[in-house]
Design a protein around this ligand. Structure first.
Ligand code: SAM
Length: 354
């Protein structure tokens, strides 16, 4: 998924840097600002036990699948409904279930009624986040997943696989420049194509993993690990506003929404890491409470905290150091007020004394 701050293109840099610092006896990798789950997934594939967390629910959905699901999904409860499922190899069953959902007839629901032109044309605000067809498809699929879950036709692991597949897939059909803070005036090419979900990858691994959906400063007090990887927001842009529609598709809770973009209430998900006044205090508290051997922090040279602030805070736990790498700016930021095409990506670390 194209996500602000995604570390997809920095995975090898992270792994190589971490290997230079951490001893081989590490088993538990904590990714507590997990976003898309790409970092946790990468280290899960290397055999680690992962503890993931994020304050956003759509991110919980992604991590609940990519991280916590680690055995094949049987979909036994759908054998009667989907005739071919039982005889199919277990590895292909997820794709067969998605195929069934992809072929549902569109249905009016919260997404069509509030984020498509057809559903909003007689309302105060007209919105064009999705084509009418894709809004109707999304609602039909989302309602069916919920119906199956409520009727115990699918188990929790299967439920999150289906939701993760929907969240990841629908993002590719959104009529936006990149995030959900605004929509385009007319439907772009990718938004015109009919929504077809692809199966979210299932990563098989032997360990039991943990996934949370809380503020990091409370989660950190109840977990214990070897490596703590931190990838907080770097600036004032809140993820809750930039990805509000994915949040609503994941929760499907028919929230009160307002304004041109149909924003949901997000006070409880406002991040102190996006606030100049609060970030240092929260970061200090986080570093102090982490029960781990090593802490790594991704941050760039334009973030709210300076490299000096970070060094000072992290050094309170032990021997501090950092690695750097040049990095191309996030797509949506390129036309903004920033001048430099590239930023310097830092990986700060501390080897904890206790
Ligand atoms: C830079 S992104 C992480 C990107 C991720 N590493 C990836 O590659 O996809 C920062 C994430 O931190 C989450 N976040 C922000 N404040 C948080 C908080 N106080 N507690 C937990 N998660 C938070 C955001 O929702 C966002 O997903």
């Amino acid at each position: 998924m194209n996500y602000i701050g995604s570390k997809l293109s920095l995975l090898e840099f992270l792994e190589n840097s971490i290997k230079k610092v951490a001893k081989k006896d590490c088993n538990v990798f904590c990714d507590l600002f997990a976003g898309t789950g790409i970092v946790g997934s990468y280290f899960k594939k290397k055999g680690f036990k992962i503890i993931a967390n994020d304050i956003q629910y759509y991110s919980y959905v992604l991590n609940r699948h990519y991280i916590k699901n680690h055995k094949p999904l049987e979909f036994k409860g759908l054998f009667e409904l989907i005739a071919t499922l039982k005889s199919e190899d277990i590895k292909n069953r997820g794709a067969i279930v998605l195929d069934y959902l992809n072929n549902l007839k569109g249905k009016k629901g919260f997404i069509y009624n509030n984020y498509c032109l057809g559903g909003t044309k007689n309302k105060t605000e007209q919105r064009l986040y999705f084509s009418d067809e894709n809004g109707l498809r999304c609602d039909a699929i989302r309602q069916k997943i919920e119906e199956w879950n409520n009727g115990k036709k699918i188990n929790e692991n299967e439920y999150y696989f289906l939701l993760a597949s929907l969240v990841e897939s629908i993002d590719k059909y959104a009529n936006t420049a990149s995030v959900y803070g605004a929509f385009l005036k007319s439907l772009k090419k990718s938004a015109l194509r009919p929504l077809v979900m692809s199966p979210a990858e299932l990563i098989i691994n032997d360990q039991e993993h943990e996934v949370y959906n809380e503020d990091i400063n409370s989660v950190v007090k109840k977990i214990k690990g070897d490596i703590l990887y931190l990838d907080p927001p770097y600036n004032q842009r809140q993820y809750a506003t930039n990805y509000h529609i994915l949040e609503t598709i994941a929760k499907y809770d028919s929230p009160d929404i307002h304004g041109k973009t149909g924003l949901r209430e997000y006070q409880k998900q406002k991040s102190s890491y996006c606030s100049t006044n609060q970030v240092k205090k929260s970061f200090k508290d986080l570093i102090t409470n982490a029960d781990v051997k090593y802490i790594f922090l991704s941050y760039n040279n334009e973030g709210l905290m300076s490299a000096e602030d970070i060094k000072e805070i992290m050094s309170t736990r032990g021997k501090y150091g950092f690695f750097t790498q040049e990095y191309s700016r996030f797509k949506a930021d390129k036309n903004r007020e920033y001048k430099a095409e590239k930023t310097v990506e830092y990986l700060h670390y501390v080897v904890c004394n206790n």
